[in-house]
Design a protein around this ligand. Structure first.
Ligand code: DX5
Ligand code: ZN
Length: 224
């Protein structure tokens, strides 16, 4: 079983003050979530490797990069070199997902694959033995601040049960709409890595908000 962790998504912070924003997170937070969007895989454009490199000098902890881009193998290793500690991509827009998993692992990062809300686990089944993180989208990818899609909860449980049945070790990450109201159900369903953008950075005290979310996750965490 994995220790629960909250990953604030910097997509929801004041990017003009990025270093100050992440400095407000406090000791509960060990990993930041970094959403890369290309305007093709999703209808939005965010930030790329230069901002990640700058963030690397302002943040000592881990950096979890979420690539919402087509042809992720064109750029994925560059994010590893720019300071990512984990990189997740969406395999349905990659020609050879297994090769990209191996390439990223060789670059020294942990590897995740993402599943959109409308897709089943069948789309990633063959990759499960090779990955460190299964990223289950709980909103339609593209924007922070959307509502958590409760329809995804059974898929979280299916991932949890399949991981146990196959003796695998990947983390189950949920991404989108994670708040004080939704983190308990997500944890109870089987998630252990919780991305939280708006509910952390729009809070008056992001450190306290992260701590409160972690506490709620711990109280509901599935253990069997
Ligand atoms: C959505 C991104 C999420 C987003 C989460 O496409 O992948 O990581 O930043 O933001 P909130 O927590 O506000 O939904
Ligand atoms: Zn994300």
């Amino acid at each position: 079983m994995h220790t629960p962790e909250i990953l604030p998504s910097i997509l929801a912070c004041d990017l003009a003050r990025l270093a100050d924003e992440v400095a407000r997170l406090g000791p509960t937070v060990r990993t930041l979530h970094y959403d890369v969007m290309d305007g093709r895989y999703v209808p939005n454009i965010s930030f790329g490797q230069p901002v990640l490199r700058s963030l690397r000098s302002a943040w000592d902890g881990d950096l979890d990069v979420h690539l919402m881009i087509v042809d992720p193998s064109r750029y994925a290793s560059q994010f590893a070199q720019a300071g990512a500690t984990s990189v997740a991509f969406h395999p349905e827009v990659e020609d050879d997902p297994s090769a990209l998993v191996r390439e990223l692992r060789a670059a020294g990062v942990r590897v995740g694959v993402g599943v959109r809300p409308e897709h089943t686990l069948d789309s990633v089944e063959h990759l499960l033995p090779e990955i460190d993180v299964l990223l289950l989208m709980t909103v339609n990818p593209g924007f922070a601040g959307q509502a958590f899609l409760t329809d995804v909860l059974p898929k979280i449980t299916e991932a949890y049960e399949r991981r146990a049945a196959d003796g695998l070790g990947f983390r189950i990450q949920v991404d989108g709409g994670v708040t004080a109201d939704t983190i308990g159900p997500a944890a109870a369903a089987g998630a252990d890595w919780f991305v939280a953008g708006t509910s952390v950075f729009a809070a008056p005290d992001p450190a306290a908000a992260s701590e409160a979310l972690l506490q709620l996750a711990g109280e509901s965490l599935r253990s069997a």
